[in-house]
Design a protein around this ligand. Structure first.
Ligand code: NDP
Length: 278
């Protein structure tokens, strides 16, 4: 039987994952199917039942998107360190009756920034806005890349502080703050908007002084053209601005490697999905 994969979320109509994995499978000549499943919001129907049914029916793996990333974490028999720190998972593998959980959002973001945009994090000043699931997922991969500084700014500062505490001994150069502290912190080489503000057309209260003329601004949301954050960055003179479409494709590639044991090329897929910012 053809190996089966799926993405589960609600709503799920907007998902690009079947297209991305379909292109990967075609390019690497893998016999596999990949479908979108609208997960049940009704707790009586049960996310868990849908996942277990898919696995019992021959499913090999699943991507998990909002609002099920925490539920998938709770369901797993095994979790990677990245998934544990994030407290959320975006990929599952079904093996010998067990559910294994991973979080590839952070490594996907890092690969897009370092490999595709050509901005190595080693030795630079990085500002991350937000301390939600996506920021938590990025923390370990970002710290491993060796930035000189990683500052996490969040409206609710306690969430950023909890992240710093969780990072344990890897916390060199890592600190949390509120938006009000940013004006005194100077310029950053890379500013990442990992808040969900852009989804509602809002701007996190970040001062223009954080952007550097030869620096980069990265927006995790995608398909929104120039968001208020990217517009602010551009007006403040940031050299490079990018949205999260590359992250989306790169996290998918990481899951593909995990499931299929081979790395697909991502460049053409990113090009196909890219919506011009202007
Ligand atoms: P969460 O709901 O887990 O976290 C939301 C974060 O945004 C919190 O830190 C919250 O701050 C902050 N926030 C929300 N509104 C505002 C605002 N108006 N001003 C300032 N801060 C705000 O979301 P996720 O971490 O899951 O997602 C974050 C973003 O990343 C979304 O845009 C999502 O679409 C995108 N994403 C992109 C992916 C990709 O592949 N490109 C993959 C995953 C996510 P507080 O705690 O103070 O409330």
């Amino acid at each position: 039987m053809t190996d089966q994969y799926a993405v589960i979320g609600n709503p799920i109509g907007h998902t690009k994952s079947p297209l991305i994995h379909g292109l990967f499978a075609e390019a690497t000549q893998q016999a596999m199917s990949y479908v979108a499943i609208e997960g049940p919001l009704d707790p009586d129907v049960g996310f868990e039942r849908v996942v277990r049914q898919f696995a019992a029916g021959g499913g090999k793996g699943m991507n998990v998107t909002a609002p099920f990333k925490l539920k998938a974490f709770a369901l797993a028999d095994e979790r990677s360190e990245r998934a544990i720190l994030a407290g959320a998972v975006n990929a599952l593998k079904f093996e010998s009756g067990r559910i294994i959980a991973e979080n590839f959002d952070g490594i996907g973001l890092l690969r897009d920034i370092e490999v595709n945009l050509g901005v190595p994090l080693a030795g630079i000043r990085v500002l991350m806005l937000g301390a939600g699931g996506a920021a938590r997922g990025a923390l370990l991969p970002f710290l491993a890349a060796g930035p000189a500084e990683l500052v996490i700014a969040n409206r609710d500062v306690s969430k950023g502080e909890a992240l710093v505490a969780q990072a344990g001994s890897r916390r060199a150069g890592l600190r949390a703050c509120g938006y009000g502290d940013l004006a005194a912190m100077g310029r950053f080489d890379l500013v990442v908007n990992a808040t969900s503000a852009s989804l509602t057309g809002e701007l996190p209260p970040v001062p223009p002084s954080v952007f550097s003329p030869d620096g980069t601004a990265y927006e995790l949301a995608y398909g929104k053209r120039l968001t208020p954050f990217l517009r602010l960055a551009r007006n403040a003179g940031a050299h490079g601005v990018a949205d999260g479409v590359g992250m989306l494709v790169e996290q998918a590639a990481e899951a593909f490697v995990w499931w299929r044991g081979m790395r697909p090329q991502t460049g053409a897929v990113i090009d196909r999905l890219t919506v011009p910012l202007d």
